[in-house]
Design a protein around this ligand. Structure first.
Ligand code: PAJ
Length: 283
């Protein structure tokens, strides 16, 4: 396993790999690797000769009241997990290497970054887009791999990669879940046992939305109400939003139309822990 901490050394390594005709995959992460990340790394390994896993807790995407300082960090463990899943390189820069004194360039994606997580977390996607743009420029991959768990992040970054001509293939891996349906997330570790026991309600509610659509429901508001109702019945969570949107544009859908892909997404707080989840439905 090749561990690289400096952007310039990573660029040199990637240039060497490219010159040798190797195909490079990038899997951007913030570490605390779990089976969701491992699925992304395995997918990357199936598509490339060299798999770079970046491990960087990106301060630019955390709000002032968010969990940046308590975000779990264990590079030794992450390196072992990444290697076992098929990574050849870990790129783990320090904050100063990514945002040196005098840093002042940011990437802002338009409309698709505004609703949902963009509305709830001002500046979040500016930070995500900026760091992923930097990681793509540093690792120069042929293919990059992301998780459907962060549905809006996928839409925002796909837009950025197209708009800024990154020329990198964009691969999305389905959400990996616990056996009870809870989507894997590093933030699940913050849940109390009682909250953890309630948290599977999110996926149950999303599957209920799928059942309703298959049963003929086409009203966006009725679907959102049904999902919120399921969460209220099955937990004490505070729902931040339930949104029924077009999967590609993230525009709210009053009516679901045939042939359109629909994204149902949720953000809810269990105590102080904010969880998100989503499901894609074909109408
Ligand atoms: P992080 O939360 O570490 O997630 C890294 C990648 O793993 C993302 O593409 C995310 O969608 C994916 N992922 C997380 N949980 C998953 C699950 N249960 N199933 C499938 N994929 C999952 O997302 C970020 O980091 C950051 O915003 C980043 C893109 C690295 C930029 O800083």
């Amino acid at each position: 396993m090749n561990i690289i901490r400096e952007p310039r050394l990573m660029q040199r390594e990637s240039d060497g790999l490219r010159a040798a005709g190797k195909r490079i995959a990038l899997v951007p992460t913030m570490g605390a690797l779990h089976a969701g990340h491992e699925a992304l790394i395995r997918e990357a390994a199936a598509r490339a000769d060299a798999v770079v896993v970046s491990v960087f807790v990106n301060p630019a995407q955390f709000g002032p009241a968010e969990d940046l300082s308590r975000y779990p960090r264990d590079l030794e463990r992450d390196t072992a997990v990444a290697a076992a899943a098929g990574a050849s390189h870990v790129f783990a820069p320090g904050v100063q290497a990514m945002y040196p004194v005098g840093y002042q360039t940011y990437v802002t994606v338009g409309d698709v970054a505004l609703p949902l997580e963009g509305a709830a977390r001002p500046g979040h996607f500016r930070g995500v887009a900026t760091v992923v743009a930097k990681l793509l420029n540093i690792t120069r991959p042929h293919v990059s791999v992301f998780g459907q768990k962060d549905a809006q992040q996928v839409v925002v970054l796909r837009r950025m990669v197209a708009d800024l001509d990154f020329g990198v293939e964009f691969v999305v891996v389905p959400t990996v879940r616990e056996e009870d349906g809870l989507a894997l997330s590093s933030r699940n570790a913050y849940l109390s046992p009682a909250e953890r026991a309630q948290a599977p309600v999110l996926y149950r509610a999303l599957r209920h939305a799928g059942d309703l659509v298959r049963g003929g429901e086409r009203r966006g508001a009725a679907l959102a109400d049904a999902v919120a109702g399921e969460i209220a019945r099955g937990s004490t969570a505070a729902v931040e939003y339930v949104a029924v949107t077009d999967a590609a544009t993230l525009e709210p859908l009053a009516t679901l139309a045939g042939g359109r892909r629909v994204l149902v997404s949720i953000a809810a707080r269990f105590g102080s822990t904010r969880l998100i989840d989503n499901i894609l439905l074909d109408v």
